[in-house]
Each structure stands twice: as C-alpha cells, then as structure tokens.
Ligand binder design. Structure first.
Ligand code: NAD
Ligand code: MG
Length: 394
C-alpha cells in the first residue's frame, strides 16, 4: 500500500491523480489532501478518499470545512496555511508526495518532500526551475526519488536507459528532443497577438489544464520552463535540448542516441498516463486512457519553434545561461505577468516585456538555500509588479 500526500488536489493534475488512484484502491491510500480555496471540491474529495488530513488556505475556510466534514461524519482533520503544507509533505507515514501546486507557492512543501527523502512525483515544474541547484542537492543528499509528471519529462524518463545516472556520454545519449504543441497561437498573425484575450489564451488545442500553465503554453514560456526543468532533471546542458513543435501532442518527447537511434514515448494526450506511470513505477497500472489509434492520427507533423513569435523561449535560454538566481527571477516575473494578463491589467505581448525588464534589473545571486531562492523570488516580484503598474499608467 503506497501512502500519499497530494499537494494541489483540487487542480487539474490533482483531480487526474485521484482519478487514477480511484481505479486502484488496493494499491494507494491518500493520507493528506491539500488545496487552496476550492472548498466544495476538497470537501467531496475528503468524503470519497477519507484522508487523515486536509489542508486549505486559511483559518476561516478550515473551520468551515471542518464543520461540514463533522456533519458528514468524516473524521478528516483540517489544517491550514503554508506551514501545514510543509508538514503534510514530511509526514513520516507518507511514502509519496504528488507535487501539483501551481507556481512558487509549491516550492517549500515540494522541497520539504525532497529533503525528507520521499518519492516525489513532480508536476510543479516552477519549484525545480526556481530552485534547481538547491532542489537537486536535497534529492541527492536524502536519497529521495524524483519522478517527472510533466508529460515531456516523463516521456524522456521512459526513453532514457533504466540505469541513467546523469552522464550523457556514458549512456550514449546525444540529445533530448522536447516536443511542444505550439499552443493556441501557433498560426495567429503576430500583429494580432497584442489583442488576444485570456479566454483565447487558455483554450489549449490538446490539453485541458489550469489557467496559469495554459497561458504559459500560449506564450511558450511553458516550454522554456520545461527546458530548464529537463536541464536539472537529466543533467543535460541547454545546447543538448532541442525544442520541436509537434502540434498533435502524440509524441511526448524523444531521446536521440549517438548511434542514430531515437527513442520516444507516444500516447493520447492525457495526463493520467504520466501520473499512472510515476505512481506505479517501475510497474504499470491502468490509467483509464484510451489506446492510441495510429490510423486515426494518420500523420505526424513537426516544425521549428519561432523565437520571434515566442520571445519567452529566448528569455528562458537566457536565464539558464545566466544561471544561479536568474531562473528564479524569470519564473517570478512570469507568474506576476501571467496573473496580470489574466486579471486584464496587461496585454498578452506585454508578458515577455515585463519578464525582460525584470531580468535586466535583477542582479544574479548564488542560490545555496531555500531562503536565497525565496529572496530572489520576492525581489523579482517587486520589480515585476512595478513594471506592471507602469504599463497600466502609460
Ligand atoms: P491548477 O491551477 O489546475 O491547480 C493548482 C492547484 O494548486 C489547485 O489544487 C490549487 O488549490 C493549488 N494551489 C494554488 N495555489 C496554492 C497555494 N498558494 N497554496 C496551496 N495550494 C495552492 O494547476 P494544474 O494545471 O493542475 O498545474 C499544477 C502544476 O502542474 C503546475 O506547476 C503545472 O505547471 C504542472 N503541470 C500541469 C499539467 C496539466 O496538464 N495541468 C501538465 C504538466 C505540468
Ligand atoms: Mg509539459
């Protein structure tokens, strides 16, 4: 019986995770469910999965949830706030932590799971992008197991040799090919991008996801973050990671070997596949995903990414090149810019402008501890908020 904490249980990844778990009640037991504000959904999840703990944003929501659960004879203990998230990630009885909070808010509990030597199922790519060196050191020192949930990284993980130790040369790996759908604006006239709405940006052609990652897919910052994520997960330099636009999202990524072989993982675009893979690894379990019908797909299409249309890609490469705190600044600026776009404060094409401003103004500093990462994150947020304010006035 694998015992789990799910960070971000009410989100897109959280709901898909519970859908896989529901199919295998004899294998998995949910110990803690953690969410932010969707109290109704968390209440339903508690009734169904009967976790020992539930965590919600604040004291008021916690007291409301607690009363409702008691009235429904559900014994779940309700806690609240960021410290409770960290505690749930460290619980001694928990083996595996699904890290599926969106954004920087997920870093402290996700890192805590790594420090505690848990099996970390990593969806929260922002945590690794922000804190790369700190996170990887924690995994190494504690002996934690890091399993990627992001579909591309899960595909790469499945396509690398089973004993891959982070040494490209020794494994005969030439490069990683990271596929990208290109998002909803792959063919939109560049001059029209200025006026696209949050609803248009969130309408992803292949995947149903949370709003933040949907906007990241539309700007292709998602692929920039994933390039940095792949760098840390697989110890591969940026020049050995190639981004390939593949609009059907059937090939989830590929590994090119020195002998010319290319190994890929394919499947229908459904996050339950990587979730089930990581949950059961190294075994295989059913995920509720339809078998792939190659005849229906008929043909696969590939394009080079257009760095002019998607300036966020170049910003991500720049952040990785600058190193240390630069990816944390990139991530913080992006989070502020995306939220400002979703709130109608700035236009779509202002997202990369805000990020570039922040990167120009934020000094790059060494990251040795979580406190260093959080300091870089806060500094970048301040500059980003100011840049948003200045745009709003102009
Ligand atoms: P979402 O917006 O649907 O869900 C986010 C979850 O995080 C919710 O449960 C919410 O309650 C919780 N949350 C948000 N802020 C919080 C806070 N301050 N404290 C505690 N909990 C908080 O997002 P999603 O699409 O499920 O994405 C989650 C993560 O997985 C992101 O990092 C995303 O990049 C990554 N990811 C998602 C997908 C996908 O298909 N959705 C694919 C690959 C990677
Ligand atoms: Mg992805």
């Amino acid at each position: 019986m694998q015992k789990l904490t799910i960070l971000g249980s009410t989100g897109s990844i959280g709901v898909n995770t519970l859908d896989v778990i529901r199919r295998h009640p004899q294998r998995y037991r949910v110990i803690a469910l953690c969410a932010h504000s969707q109290i109704d959904r968390l209440f339903d999840q508690c009734l169904e999965f009967q976790p020992r703990f539930a965590v919600i944003r604040d004291a008021q929501l916690a007291s409301e949830l607690s009363q409702r659960l008691r009235a429904a004879s559900c014994p779940t203990i309700v806690q609240f706030g960021p410290e409770a998230l960290v505690q749930m990630a460290e619980l001694p009885e928990v083996d595996s932590v699904m890290a599926a909070i969106v954004g920087a808010a997920g870093l402290p509990p996700t890192l805590a799971a790594a420090v505690a030597g848990k099996r970390v199922l990593l969806a929260n790519k922002e945590a690794l992008v922000m804190a790369g060196p700190v996170f990887i050191r924690a995994v190494r020192e504690s002996g934690a197991t890091l399993l990627p949930i992001d579909s591309e990284h899960n595909a790469i993980f499945q396509s690398l040799p089973r004993d891959y130790s982070g040494d490209l040369l020794k494994s005969g790996v030439h490069s990683l090919l990271l596929t990208a759908s290109g998002g909803p604006f792959r063919n939109t006239l560049i001059t029209d991008l200025e006026n696209v709405t949050p609803e248009e940006a969130c309408a992803h052609p292949n995947w149903i996801m949370g709003r933040k990652i949907s906007v990241d897919s539309a700007t292709m910052m998602n692929k920039g973050l994933e390039m940095i994520e792949a760098h840390w997960l697989f110890n591969v330099p940026a020049e050995r990671i190639e981004i390939v636009i593949h609009p059907q999202s059937v090939i989830h990524s590929l590994v090119q070997y020195v002998d010319g072989s290319v190994i890929a993982e394919l499947g229908n675009p459904d996050m339950r596949t990587p979730i089930a893979h990581a949950l059961a690894y190294p075994e295989r379990i059913t995920a509720g995903v339809e078998p792939l019908d190659l005849f229906e797909i008929a043909s696969l299409h590939f394009e080079r990414p257009d760095f002019e249309r998607f300036p966020c890609l170049a910003l991500a490469y720049r952040a990785l090149r600058e190193g240390d705190s630069a990816p944390a600044s990139l991530n913080a600026a992006n989070e502020v810019a995306v939220q400002s776009f979703l709130d109608g404060k700035i236009g779509f094409t202002e997202i990369p402008r805000i990020i570039a401003t922040v990167m120009d103004q934020c000094p790059v500093s060494v990251l040795a501890t979580l406190a260093d990462v959080l300091a870089a994150d806060s500094a970048a947020r301040l500059i980003a908020e100011r840049a948003v304010g200045e745009l709003g006035r102009s």
